[in-house]
Design a protein around this ligand. Structure first.
Ligand SMILES: [Zn+2]
Length: 326
């Protein structure tokens, strides 16, 4: 499960930093790509740059053009000009599909420019269990850190949203599926506690397909309770928590803080749920309704309060803060 959505995320990420300086001609991209993407990559062939020129494989240039300038929309299958999608905050101009955006991009999109002040950036995950699945957890962490530029899946801090001061948190599904390990739990908990002390509205944007991070065992599972308890105290103190669910929000994240908002917003067509559909179907042996884990379905059934398009998110959050008098 983890493996399946990672490449998609990686592809989307590759697509966003545009490599074309001018809107120049299409082909003739450099045959040898800068192999700066993590060392664990699956292509040992690209390691020998000298060999690259000798064999003009027809598929290769094609692919790199598509990666840099264009990306295929999973919603409508159209080829989208990457810059056009970027201009629209990572949304397909044809079908409104909401592409993955990284934590940093989300900060740039949602918060007033230059106001984000990051907290607890120094927190780094440890590997107390010395866990090893396909590869040692510690190795996996280093690779993810290099690939994403994050220390772990959550970024928290204080910022302004349309001139309203808030405490802000975001989880990034590119980092081990945005799963909640001890660092994600700790950062969010500290942010919630500080929001309680400073009596500030709290906004958390979830992009977590992984739920609890199994590599950390019980240390990961206990974060659900820890974060939830902090939110309960925040609630008792009269705080306003707006939870924003993005594609995907699953597992232990959906089952804890992401669902505990005073207001729960979701981006259109986001996958939101606890277990995946196949697991549920295998367990309860009942035909599941179509689209039962999408934002729209969950809105209809009262699980979320509003489906908000990405371009409206900032205004909607500001409006909700005003409306609640915070
Ligand atoms: Zn589309």
């Amino acid at each position: 499960m983890a493996d399946r959505s990672l490449p998609q995320v990686a592809a989307a990420q590759q697509g966003s930093p545009p490599r074309d300086p001018s809107g120049g001609a299409l082909p003739t991209p450099p045959l040898v790509q800068p192999s700066g993407d993590g060392p664990p990559a699956e292509e040992p062939t690209s390691a020998s740059p000298a060999a690259g020129r000798a064999e003009p494989v027809p598929r290769r240039p094609k692919r790199s053009v598509a990666d840099g300038l264009w990306k295929r929309c999973p919603g409508c299958q159209a080829m989208i000009f990457a810059k056009e999608a970027e201009r629209r905050l990572g949304v397909c101009p044809q079908c409104d599909y909401h592409f993955y955006v990284s934590a940093r991009e989300r900060i740039a999109q949602l918060l007033d420019e230059g106001t984000f002040e990051e907290w607890y950036a120094e927190l780094e995950p440890a590997d107390p269990l010395e866990f090893c699945d396909k590869r040692p957890y510690i190795e996996r962490l280093r690779a993810e850190q290099q690939r994403t530029g994050l220390r772990d899946a959550a970024v928290v801090g204080a910022a302004m949203i349309r001139a309203r001061r808030v405490v802000f948190g975001v989880t990034d599904s590119a980092f081990i599926m945005g799963s909640m390990g001890s660092v994600v739990g700790e950062k969010l908990t500290r942010a919630i506690e500080r929001a309680t002390e400073e009596r500030l509205p709290l906004i958390i944007v979830s992009g977590s397909g992984g739920g609890a991070r199994m590599h950390e065992g019980i240390l990961s599972l206990m974060q659900m309770a820890k974060v939830s308890a902090a939110l309960a105290r925040y609630d008792q103190a009269g705080g306003l928590f707006i939870s924003v669910l993005t594609n995907p929000t699953m597992g232990g994240v959906a089952a804890s803080f992401a669902s505990l908002g005073d207001l729960v917003f979701a981006e259109p067509k986001a996958l939101i749920g606890f277990a995946g559909p196949r697991t549920i179907q295998a367990t309860i042996r009942i035909e599941l309704p179509k689209g039962f884990q999408t934002s729209e379905f969950l809105l209809e059934h009262g699980f979320i309060d509003r489906v908000v398009r990405r371009c409206d998110l900032k205004s909607e959050i500001a409006r909700a803060i005003d409306y609640c008098g915070k």
